[in-house]
Structure formats: structure tokens, C-alpha cells
Design a protein around this ligand. Sequence first.
Ligand SMILES: Nc1ncnc2c1ncn2[C@@H]1O[C@H](COP(=O)(O)OP(=O)(O)OP(=O)(O)O)[C@@H](O)[C@H]1O
Length: 369
Amino acid sequence: MRVVRLSLRNFRSYPSAEVELGAGLTVITGRNGAGKTNLLDALYFGCTGRSARTTNDRELVRFGEKVTRVEVTTEADDGRHELSVGFEAGEPKRLMADGVRVERLLDVAGRPLVSVFLPDRLELVKGTPSLRRAHVDQVVAALWPARTATRRAYAQALAQRNALLTRVRAGHASQASLPAWDRELARHGIGLMADRAAAIDAVAGRFPAIAADLGLDGEPAVAYRPRSKASDPDGLAAELAERLPSDLERGFTQHGPHRDDLALTRERRELRAYGSQGQQRLALLALLLAEREAIAATRDAVPVMLLDDVMSELDRERRGRLVELLRSVGQSVVTTTDIEHVPGGEGNDVTRLRVEDGVVIADGAAEAA
Ligand SMILES: Nc1ncnc2c1ncn2[C@@H]1O[C@H](COP(=O)(O)OP(=O)(O)OP(=O)(O)O)[C@@H](O)[C@H]1O
């Protein structure tokens, strides 16, 4: 499946725009502030129903306007499909798939998977474990959509246990029902840990070669770091029981997969603490590309890569390697202020779009794929 067309109305800086994407690499050029990221975010929004940049949807509505709308046309073996997201500022979003109203685009079977790199996504490497956990869970969802149920069940059981801890602590409930909740939490917890381990396993094997391809030296590696050592629900329930006094003191559950992390390392040291900006950036790109490969191998779908402003931060050799990787398989869209930052960007297989004064101009389309 690939995205063939993007259409927007009153989205961020665009009054309206119609964009045809290439089957392989599409490069969006334009000056600083021209609207390149806005276009990339519109694509993300149209495919997922969410912005990659903000959780405040109001920001997406063009200044002075009330309603925004993004439509995405995809092409798959069974023909073309239409996804659309629109809303009036302050009102709920209206999501449609092939003209039928849906609750969430993420649940639509035929929607394109997207993987996005924005400069602030470096937080995934540098930031708190919670960001990496959420990311790992997204990878699980992309690999095996049905398994999102396990994460939801775990979150629900955790919330119930925490509520009970608060009541016990306040003297409003007895401890008698805690073991039952521990068993429930442990059952879903072990399931969640198994899903995360399997997802990282699929990615970890691919990561070093891709990282090396991108020019990241020093034996880069990615590994799942579960908080619990347990291998079955009884083991995790026992660990929870052991920590009960301290949980009661604090009023929340301190142990379990909601404290897991993902380690990105180079020379066995955490990139989060010791990596240069360039190394962190390369590791994140390698991670996203390894995930793309793992997803492509598991499902009949290659996620569309959306890369914002990544080229200017890489040296020429690494830019060249990244572009080669992107051109080798699937669909990707990159933004840059200067086409010269995309080695091979003038090639016949590359679609070039230029953004100027709120208008998107086809700057030489790729030959039919
Ligand atoms: N809701 C909105 N309505 C109108 N304009 C907006 C809205 N939100 C952002 N903008 C404008 O969009 C422009 C930024 O666009 P964008 O971030 O896509 O630029 P860019 O081409 O990626 O720039 P850079 O190369 O500097 O990263 C700014 O001029 C900003 O004022």
C-alpha cells in the first residue's frame, strides 16, 4: 500500500493544497518557515488521525479559519482507498475511511502505516523511559495489531490496583483483595513483556547492520530492558507481593512492565547519556528503519517514512547512505531546505515538491513507477 495523493484545506499555513506523492522517495524543499513540516504533518494526520507535532488539534486549524480537513488517497492491491480527517476547532474530529465514519483511523485495516522522524523525536533517545515504552508499544501494535488489547488490559489492571492501594492506605479498604489484583496484573504484565520482547527481538537483529550502513560505528545495539525478572505470572505476582509494603507506603505500584525501558547503546554505553547529537540521530534513524524492515517482514506492508529536516544535520557521506536506504524499498518523504542535501535527489525515481508562499509546486515528478 502507498499514499498517492494528499489533499488539505485550512491546515496550518495552507489554505488548500493537492499533492501527488511518488511511489518511492519524495523530497519536499522550501525555505525555513515555508511549510515543509506542515505538509509532512498533514500526511501523518491524514493517515493516523493525529498530529506528529502537537496533541492540541486546535493548532492545526489555519489562523482565522474554523474548519480543517485532510484527505489521503492510498493505493493497494485491491484498489484505491480514501481516508479523511476533519474537524471544527473545539469540536471532535470526524474520521472517515472510504466514506464511512470510523472511531479511530488506527483501527482501519487498510490504512498505511507511517513512521515519522521530527527533530524533537530525538527525545526518544534522550528522554525518559516512558517515551521509549510508548514507542515499543506502538511497534508491537504495528507488528501485531490485535496485541494492543494486552497493553490496554495491563493499564486497566494497574489503574485498579493503584486505586485499591490508595484506599487501603487511607484505611477505606482491606488488603484482602490485593492478591487477586496482583494475579490479574501479573497475567497481563507477563503477556505485555512477551510482546515487547518479541518486537524488540525482531528489531534488534536488524538494527546493527542498518546502523552500520548509516555510518554509526562502535557496535550499536538495541535491547529490551524489562524491570521484572519474572518469566511467568506467578513470578511477577510474587515480586509484586514482595514490594507491597513499599507500594502501600507510596500509594502506587512501583514494579512491573510500566517501568520497562529500551536501551540504545554504542560501545555498550547508553547513547542517551554518552552519545553525540549526531550519534543519537543516527541511532534513532536506524531504529525506525529497522522497525520498518521488521514490520515489512511480518506484515504485507512497508511503513511510509516521513523524515523532517534530517539531512542538514548529517555529513555528506551519511546523507548519501540514508538516501540509498530510503530509495531501496517502500515509500518515504523527506524535507530539506536544499535539494543538494539529498544526494541523488535529482534522480528520475525521486519526486520533488517545492513549497513556496503556502503553495506546493511539483518540481519535477518521478517517472511512472
Ligand atoms: N495554524 C496555523 N495557521 C497558519 N499558519 C501556521 C499555523 N501553524 C503554523 N503556521 C505557520 O507555519 C509556518 C511554519 O511552517 P513549517 O514548520 O512547516 O515550516 P518549515 O518549512 O518546516 O520550516 P523550517 O525549515 O524552518 O523547519 C510558520 O510560518 C507558522 O507561522
